[in-house]
Ligand binder design. Structure first.
Ligand SMILES: [Zn+2]
Length: 87
């Protein structure tokens, strides 16, 4: 299972006057979920790196209006396999 929710980034800044610690909260929508697909002509199944699995009737997630992973809520990034790019 991947960590969901908000990611905390801690930055340590050292200056002449002191050391500062900064915290950044990164909401899930700024992180990405990479989706890959099987090289299978019969089934258009996509796998997200969060572990989700979606069957699309046609096309790629972007063509189906999917901008965010429906499972983990992160921004969806398609990793197109080479065999699909050739078409
Ligand atoms: Zn996901």
């Amino acid at each position: 299972m991947s960590p969901d929710g908000v990611l905390l980034v801690i930055v340590l800044i050292m200056t002449l006057t002191g050391v500062y610690i900064m915290f950044f909260w990164i909401p899930p929508e700024y992180r990405v979920c990479r989706w890959t697909t099987d090289d299978n002509a019969d089934y258009n199944t996509w796998h997200g790196e969060c572990g989700c699995e979606w069957d699309l009737d046609d096309g790629i997630p972007e063509e189906n209006g999917m901008k965010y992973c429906p499972d983990c809520g992160r921004r969806l990034v398609q990793v197109i396999s080479q065999s699909l790019e050739k078409e």
